[in-house]
Design a protein around this ligand. Structure first.
Ligand SMILES: *Cc1c(COP(=O)(O)O)cnc(C)c1O
Length: 235
């Protein structure tokens, strides 16, 4: 089996190739190495190979890893957010990817204010209307965006999506194009920059890069197959 360092190098190589195909600068797409379910040792291996940005989806699982690993690692919270965990998530994570309701966004803004910081967040969009997943409905987000952007302690990084699990590779591409179009519309409507698109996982990160992803969230292609599912999360 290939090592974490070898897998990482292969993923970065394919990302670079996708950037070339898309006519995009390679430095404009960043890799989040998704380490959920994997031990700190696996993260350390990727760290030693040069990786500095990691994604976790459960606060309780992430906390001991964050404590044990070098302080120059940046962590992104990519999982569903429980409101009672926001106070622990915000100080530990550089960005939160799955803000999926006005109620949650308001909670995040309030807690960020109490902590004297701005929360850096993505809005999750549920493009296929899947009941099993969180995320804003596209039209509801357009209608509700004025209210969201009034929240005082939030920095809006952009949009995030997870296409249906049975649409991998090129088949996921229309969802990525739709997310980019929606970002462009919201940008036009609001005047906010919304610079980032968080999209693309192990099975489809190249397609996401071709459609404008600025952050890809890749787990199993780097760390191997996950031995167990995280409750309420993607396998
Ligand atoms: C687990 C997870 C990933 C990584 O999935 P892989 O298919 O292992 O690359 C990406 N994004 C989210 C939100 C996840 O929960």
């Amino acid at each position: 089996m290939a090592s974490v360092a070898e897998n990482l190098e292969a993923v970065l190589g394919r990302m670079g190739e996708a950037c070339r195909r898309a006519g995009r600068e390679p430095g404009k797409v960043e890799l989040i190495a998704v380490s959920k379910t994997f031990p700190a040792e696996a993260v350390q291996e990727a760290y030693e190979a040069g990786q500095r940005l990691f994604g976790e989806s459960r606060q309780q699982e992430a906390a001991p890893k964050i404590d044990a690993l070098p302080a120059d690692i940046r962590w992104h919270f990519i999982g569903g957010v429980q409101r009672n965990k926001v106070r622990k998530i915000l100080p530990a994570f550089d960005a939160v990817h799955a803000i999926d309701s006005l109620r949650l966004a308001a909670c995040v803004s309030q807690v960020a204010g109490e902590l004297g910081r701005k929360a850096r967040v993505f809005l999750e969009v549920n493009l296929a209307g899947e009941a099993s997943k969180g995320g804003f409905d596209r039209d509801a987000l357009r209608r509700g965006f004025d209210e969201l952007r009034e929240l005082p302690n939030v920095e809006w990084l952009g949009l995030m999506t997870i296409p249906p699990a049975d649409r991998e590779g090129e088949e996921a591409r229309p969802f990525f194009a739709t997310l980019r179009d929606l970002r462009d519309v919201l940008r036009q409507d609001s005047g906010l920059e919304l610079p980032h698109l968080s999209m693309g996982m192990s099975g489809d990160y190249e397609a996401a890069i071709l459609e404008g992803a600025t952050l890809v969230r890749v787990g199993s292609a780097i760390f191997g197959k996950r031995a167990y599912r995280v409750d309420g999360e993607l396998g």
